[in-house]
Design a protein. Structure first.
Length: 318
């Protein structure tokens, strides 16, 4: 360290017209040492900065090398003419890696893919945007589906491109499975709608017959007692018809959601119908069913009467 310092002191003394013999004078030495110290500090900081920058560059280069060697995709660096400048791995076991560098990409493509590659390469180099397309045929690649991306970049003033060849066989297989599952689900929905429509038609006919027969009985036996028994039956028939319509609607939309229709519903009439309908079932089980309504219960409520009736049916059936 003392020899560079001595040379630095000699240079500073010479540049200021001071002879070497005058360096031993006490008055001239302090400011020369100060200048030398400042220069040494600046030089040291510059060397440390260059060392850190170089270390970062080496780390980035090492990471890029690891990525280049171990990425599963085939990476090609090509020039504007399509000549291969670098390759990360062999795309075919029968072709050595060393023999590929310097060759043209067109030598490894079919005729249809040559025109496709030339078109997308020129577009990428001209626009500076990444081009992406799928290979029509695999001349030297292994069986499967492949997609290529052409990424343009500048290197030492020359326009080049990075060609990334990716195996998308698993992605294509997943798309095929999803498409097949979707088609199967649509077919199942279509079959379900057809079945429910047919069943609804078959059930509607006897329900209408029952409804007409109840009306005929009411016309023949015009009494309050007969209406008391026939009215719950007619209400139940309408309820079943509404259920069949809901089943058809849910089958068409393939959804579990139902739409509520709020209307003014007579709560007392509903309870009377339920009592008349379930009294016989209760007697068969040795029970007696009676409905009691307190004075504070309104006669008419604004609800979905059909859904409320369903809830009451389920409660009484249980």
């Amino acid at each position: 360290m003392k020899y560079p310092l001595a040379l630095l002191l000699f240079f500073c003394a010479y540049s200021h017209g001071i002879s070497v013999t005058q360096l031993h004078e006490p008055k001239e030495v302090p400011w020369l040492l100060l200048v030398a110290s400042v220069l040494i500090v600046i030089l040291s900081c510059a060397l440390i900065y260059l060392y850190l920058v170089n270390r970062r560059l080496l780390r980035a280069k090492y990471k890029l090398h690891i990525l280049w060697r171990h990425i599963p995709d085939v990476l090609l660096e090509v020039d504007s003419e399509g000549s291969i400048c670098a390759i990360n791995q062999a795309f075919n076991d029968d072709i050595p890696l060393e023999s590929v560098v310097g060759c043209s990409c067109y030598d490894f493509l079919s005729k249809s893919d040559q025109a496709l590659f030339r078109h997308h390469l020129q577009n990428a180099l001209h626009t500076g945007q990444t081009e992406q397309y799928e290979l029509h045929s695999k001349k030297y690649l292994k069986g499967g589906s492949y997609r290529q991306q052409i990424v343009p970049f500048y290197l030492e003033g020359e326009m080049r491109a990075l060609v990334i060849t990716s195996d998308v066989s698993d992605h294509k297989e997943a798309e095929r499975i999803l498409k097949q599952a979707r088609h199967q689900a649509e077919e199942n929905t279509k079959s379900k709608v057809q079945f429910i429509s047919k069943m609804s038609h078959e059930v509607r006919t006897p329900l209408e017959a029952i409804n007409n027969m109840v009306g005929l009985i009411e016309d023949v036996y015009q009494s309050d007692e007969m209406r008391q028994y026939s009215q719950p039956l007619k209400t139940s028939v309408k309820h079943l018809q509404r259920i069949m319509e809901d089943m058809k609607t849910l089958a068409r939309t393939d959804s579990d959601a139902v739409r509520l229709e709020q209307t003014d519903t007579s709560l007392w009439n509903m309870l009377d119908d339920l009592e008349a309908l379930y009294s016989t079932q209760a007697l068969n089980k040795g029970l007696r069913l009676r409905m009691f309504v307190t004075a504070d219960v309104p006669r008419v409520v604004n609800v979905d009467g059909f859904r409320l009736r369903q809830v009451m049916y389920n409660l009484l059936n249980n």
